[in-house]
Design a binder for this molecule. Sequence first.
Ligand SMILES: Nc1nc2c(ncn2[C@@H]2O[C@H](COP(=O)(O)OP(=O)(O)OP(=O)(O)O)[C@@H](O)[C@H]2O)c(=O)[nH]1
Ligand SMILES: [Mg+2]
Length: 407
Amino acid sequence: MTMEQAPITVLGLGGAGCRAVGALEKLAPGRLRLLAVDTDRAALENCPIPEANRLLAAADWRGGRGCGGNVLDGQRALARERSALESLLTGTPLLRVGGGLGGGTASGGAGIVLSVCRKLDLPTLFLLTLPFTLEGHSKRRVAEETLRNELLEMADAVLTLPNDLLFSVLPGTTPLSEAFALADREIAGTALALTAVLRQGNLLAVNFTDLVAVLRRRKSFCSLGVGIAASGEAADGTGRCQLALERMLQSPLLGGVDKLTGADAVIFSLIGGDSLALGETRQVLEQAGTFVRPEAKLFAGASTESGFGENVQLCALTIKFDAAEEVESTLAGGPVRKNRPARKAAAPAVEVEQLKFALDTLSKGMMDKTTPVIWNGEDLDFPTFQRRNVMIDTGKTVSASELKKQS
Ligand SMILES: Nc1nc2c(ncn2[C@@H]2O[C@H](COP(=O)(O)OP(=O)(O)OP(=O)(O)O)[C@@H](O)[C@H]2O)c(=O)[nH]1
Ligand SMILES: [Mg+2]
């Protein structure tokens, strides 16, 4: 199956993941292959995608009640569905997994989904939200452990989106359900943009391998902005792409222009209907690029979707690496592995000798005249290293030729 024939698949895992997939279906019906996997029957039934694409995990064991925040249960539940996952995922050219870290199903199940992807040799990008600070330390710890222990080492690419970003621009009085619904729409918009620019054969495609080279084995925080505009919308004659750029910059999950200017890597994606012209594409992508610092890795893609009509959507995904990691070396030359010291160049082979302390036998002094304490044939008045003829290293070495000269 070629990249052009098979659609990219987006898998929503757990409650938040299924809601994001539902939002994606509403935003762009039938555009992507959508899958929803959860241990919670009600959450799955609310997801507006065909039943064949929904998987209720471990129904016999969990009874469709979810995992109530228990990560181990989430892991066990998904482990029971390995073969079902395999058949759902076989044949897809690229997978994006979405979900909220901090609960049981997505946090526990993400590692299992990843292992199935590895078995199928399926390139996979995870886009996961991090819990709100107000949800408490234990949720945050669950999220951190999942990332460190289950995902970062093995996944092609992991992006984490802090839910707290929602509060950076929304008024404090916004109901949580409204904030979540808004987040779902923004995530859906970005998911669509990301999958559109990663697809081959587009106006301007982003290479997944290049993206993986930047993201692999590192913790990345992301933020995302989406701006949609239509032709002739602005009374003052501002072009649709310009308007989309302005809206993208004000987008709630972007967290302000600073997120763009401070990013280590940025992906811009422009989608429009068949009327999208190369001139306006180039102009807006160049203008958006001026917000990104020159050292940052910049990916820009554009694609046409006839369903967009006269609308254009400009999307930015900003990526900031964990401050503890060595950013520059990764950008310069492929992924580095954290906590692994760089190997020193092997020294040329030289024959060396380990130097020993000169531990001569001294007189027992005034004790010389006393009756020796003999036990098992050994005189216990002499120290053990002398009785047993033990050598003690000085911690220094010297080449064999040097040693010859000294003696
Ligand atoms: N952006 C967004 N985040 C959400 C939403 N609902 C929950 N979250 C976040 O996602 C985390 C996990 O919640 P759920 O998705 O409900 O958990 P789950 O994976 O279904 O796990 P269990 O319900 O314990 O089986 C929470 O701690 C929240 O931070 C949502 O609608 N949108
Ligand atoms: Mg749930």
